[in-house]
Design a protein around this ligand. Structure first.
Ligand code: SF4
Ligand code: SF4
Length: 69
């Protein structure tokens, strides 16, 4: 686990609620969860290990860290 784990969140003011969330798709530990297709996803901080792959995949830069790293 690196520093980014437990600090990532989906910024709902930026999230476009994409039909297919690429960030969700690339997360190998399924830490990005969408319960309802009409709702934006959220990050399960207990699963996230801070690889940051989702950050680069989200075209809207909606996945952010509470720390400016
Ligand atoms: S890819 Fe980014 S903007 Fe699109 S639904 Fe996922 S988190 Fe939101
Ligand atoms: S940082 Fe990695 S483990 Fe965490 S939600 Fe993003 S893709 Fe998944």
């Amino acid at each position: 686990m690196n520093h980014a784990a437990n600090t990532l969140f989906v910024d709902y003011s930026l999230c476009l609620n994409c039909q297919r969330c690429l960030a969700e798709k690339v997360c190998t530990v399924k830490a990005i969860i969408r319960i309802d297709r009409d709702e934006p996803p959220f990050i399960d901080v207990h699963r996230c290990h801070g690889c940051l792959v989702c950050v680069t995949e989200c075209a809207a830069s909606a996945i952010r860290s509470i720390h400016k790293t």
